[in-house]
Design a binder for this molecule. Structure first.
Ligand code: FES
Length: 153
């Protein structure tokens, strides 16, 4: 069977992928591109640790096959800020000391950034709804909510 070939964009850089179309985006990011900010948690789309943006919307990289990415723009935690300038979400995460163990936080921030693109001033309920699928075993949810409000200011 011929390998899939797709042109896609990762963190603003155009790339070609040739390989198994069923390969999840997560492993291309981590193993082929060295973008290890995107974490592996459950592998079944249930924890949110692997959250990235695909064409501006939050998506679970463990559940997106490379065959779905032709012409798409993918953004990872590494591309969230602009050069040395942190994204408002990253800045707010620092100000509120959000992370505890930190493992889920890149995914949390990617979901938060996607929310703020859609809803610049979200309510508590909108934040909770948007981040419901991002699990944090340390229970940093209160600080996450506060940081999202800070980033929205
Ligand atoms: Fe993708 Fe858990 S690793 S949702």
């Amino acid at each position: 069977m011929a390998a899939l070939r797709v042109q896609w964009t990762i963190n603003g850089v155009s790339r070609r992928y040739a390989g198994d179309g069923e390969q999840p985006l997560l492993w291309v990011l981590r193993d082929e591109l060295g973008l290890t900010g995107t974490k592996y948690g459950c592998g079944i789309g249930a924890c949110g640790a692997c959250t990235v943006h695909v064409d501006g919307a939050a998506a679970r990289a463990c559940s997106v096959p490379m065959s779905a990415l032709a012409g798409k723009r993918v953004l990872t935690a590494e591309g969230l800020g602009r050069g040395e300038q942190l994204h408002p979400v990253q800045q707010a995460w620092i100000e509120h000391n959000v992370p505890q163990c930190g493992y889920c936080q890149a995914g949390q921030m990617m979901s938060a950034a996607a929310l703020l693109e859609r809803v610049p001033r979200p309510t508590d309920a909108q934040i909770d709804d948007a981040l419901r699928g991002n699990l944090c075993r340390c229970g940093t949810y209160e600080r996450i909510r506060a940081a999202v409000h800070r980033a929205a200011e």
